[in-house]
Design a protein around this ligand. Structure first.
Ligand code: NAG
Ligand code: NAG
Ligand code: NAG
Ligand code: NAG
Ligand code: NAG
Ligand code: NAG
Ligand code: NAG
Length: 503
């Protein structure tokens, strides 16, 4: 056992001793980020010369070209030589131009005076060949424009980097399909000019543009990859959206820009003019969506969403039918991350208040011994089953009952005699960012029945009978103490009930 261990130690020592006396060759690496077959003319390319461990530091590291097989590090012209280094590896940046093309190698020279042979071997050779051009820069100006707008597409290279080259522009319609492939828009041979333009007018379709360059260099034809840019005529559709119910007539204001829904950027409301502009925006949004009129709005911050390239600075006169007709602009970064939350009237219609067994009457005469049951229902297809809130019942303007529920259920309250008064109800949404209260329902006036009038209402008695038939099929639960009644009958039946009494 002990013997084995000693042998192992000897092996380790032998490796270390050999390593510290023989100058091992470094390795030269082409950067991972650069494709060796697509080295673009005039670009700086960073090579790393890795020095093996246990090499005789301190040393200088050099890079140069291998031109024939009898060349040695000592006899080779160094393009670049590092300062004296005491550890680590060395990086060299070589410009991609013809004079540096070839087989590149690196090597080092130890500055230890004790060494007989201060030079290392050459590294592995790396082929460095200029084989491409950099992509030109392409811009669409203006980048944001409405349907029917005009723009120019320009292709640029850095001035004085290419001479006697060809610049080409291509286009294809979006969305891309194999049939919509690139079509050449034009090509020009340029001696010293660095940009080309094309102009497009009255554009309604989205188009993608591309530029490329081509040049003969050192006897080879070099091509650039395509640089592309989309030109999208915007119609700026709007959307009110909230996680819980998706798209409806209430929610965060999103505007579609470049095929993507983005939150609108709302500046802080620090002046009256800014608040006024936001309110006007909210009312135009409700009109744009066909959601009725604006009931409420708020500026809210939303840190969960990305606010880059959003629409901001919206200023409407108030007469516009569409948000795109307002003055607005793309805000590249919306630092305050404020957006608008808007409630339009169709999201929260007026609920309907009816009297059980009488329908949606506006007046009711009862004796001072008679109880009355009021039914409140908000019929909004835009509130979803996930929504919840309160039915609020008011008598003579005062809230006397609130019932927590989901909006698809009718809610009723039983009033104990005497019940004279003016009644209305409302619905307050609780499951939304803004706890909006609907506009009040219709009013129901309940009067004390005078003996004289009693004879004038045979009609009510007729109605009573027909409704009572329906009543039998309903399931009802009474809580006699608090006199709130839960009615489980469905909406269709409620419609039947109310239709009978529509006058
Ligand atoms: C090889 O290169 C060395 C110097 O780099 C030069 O002196 C020599 O003449 C070259 N030999 C041939 C065969 O090209
Ligand atoms: C686009 O250009 C045409 C012709 O030059 C011009 O009549 C039109 O007003 C321009 N449209 C816009 C939105 O600037
Ligand atoms: C494109 O523009 C960038 C910055 O403006 C510049 O660094 C780059 O060299 C340009 N590309 C070409 C091919 O000129
Ligand atoms: C570019 O081409 C012109 C003729 O087309 C020629 O006179 C000129 O020398 C060329 N320039 C370069 C840098 O090759
Ligand atoms: C589009 O055109 C390019 C070059 O013209 C070609 O390489 C490519 O295969 C084409 N794409 C399709 C989907 O046809
Ligand atoms: C929109 O923004 C661009 C640049 O950010 C600016 O040049 C332009 O004047 C702005 N337009 C309006 C209508 O504010
Ligand atoms: C709710 O309103 C829709 C139309 O807005 C109507 O079709 C439906 O019958 C109404 N439902 C009830 C229960 O009144």
């Amino acid at each position: 056992m002990i013997l084995n261990n000693i042998r192992a130690l000897t092996v380790v020592c032998w490796i270390m001793c050999v390593r510290s006396t023989v100058s091992q060759a470094p390795t030269l690496n082409f950067p991972y980020s650069v494709n060796p077959n697509k080295v673009a003319l005039n670009t700086p390319v960073q090579f790393s010369c890795n020095i093996p461990r246990y090499s005789p530091y301190p040393m200088t590291v050099s890079i140069g070209k291998l031109e024939n097989s009898s060349q040695t590090p000592e006899s080779t012209v160094s393009w670049l030589t590092s300062e004296v280094i005491h550890s680590g590896s060395m990086y060299f940046t070589i410009p991609a131009v013809s004079q540096y093309e070839g087989k590149l190698v690196c090597w080092y020279k130890s500055t230890k005076t004790s060494l007989k042979k201060p030079y290392s071997e050459f590294s592995n050779p790396v082929d460095f060949i200029v084989s491409a051009l950099s992509p030109p820069n392409i811009t669409v100006n203006p980048d944001f424009f409405l349907e029917g707008g005009n723009y120019t597409v320009s292709c640029n290279i850095t001035p004085n980097t290419l001479t006697n080259y060809t610049m080409s522009q291509f286009y294809r319609y979006l969305p891309f399909t194999p049939a919509n492939n690139w079509t050449l828009l034009g090509s020009s041979f340029l001696t010293d000019i660095s940009s080309t333009y094309s102009s497009q007018k009255n554009m309604f379709v989205p188009v993608e543009f591309a530029c490329s360059t081509e040049m003969v260099y050192n006897g080879k034809v070099l091509h650039s990859p395509l640089a592309t840019k989309q030109a999208i005529p915007e119609s700026l559709p709007v959307q009110l959206w909230e996680q819980r119910r998706g798209e409806s007539c209430m929610g965060y204001l999103n505007i579609n820009l470049k095929f993507q829904w983005r939150p609108v950027c709302q500046k802080p409301l620090d002046t009256e003019a800014v608040s006024q502009a936001a309110a006007t925006t909210a009312s135009v949004v409700c009109r744009d969506l066909g959601c009725g009129h604006m009931l409420n709005w708020q500026r809210l911050s939303d840190s969960t969403r990305l606010f880059t390239n959003t629409i901001g600075d919206i200023k409407c006169s108030g007469k516009e039918n569409k948000i795109k007709d307002c003055s607005l602009n793309v805000t590249e970064s919306c630092k305050e991350q404020g957006t608008l939350f808007i409630v339009c009237s169709d999201a929260m219609p007026r609920p309907k208040l009816s009297v059980f067994l009488h329908g949606p009457v506006s007046k009711l005469y009862v004796t001072d011994k008679q109880d009355v049951e009021l039914v409140c229902f908000i019929n909004s297809t835009l509130l979803k089953t996930q929504d919840y809130g309160y039915y609020i019942f008011r008598k003579n303007g005062q809230v006397f009952r609130e019932i927590y529920t989901q909006p698809q259920y009718l809610k009723s309250v039983t009033l104990s005699a005497p019940v004279e008064g003016e009644y209305e109800c409302a619905f307050q949404l609780d499951s939304s960012k803004i706890k909006q209260v609907s506009q009040p329902s219709n009013n129901v006036f309940i009067y004390k029945l005078q003996k004289k009038r009693y004879q004038h209402i045979p009609r009510t008695q007729r109605q009573h009978r027909s409704v009572l038939k329906i009543h039998k099929t309903m399931q009802t639960t009474y809580h006699s103490k608090c006199r709130t009644k839960q009615i489980n009958y469905d909406k269709n039946m409620f419609t039947l009930l109310t239709m009978k009494y529509d006058t």
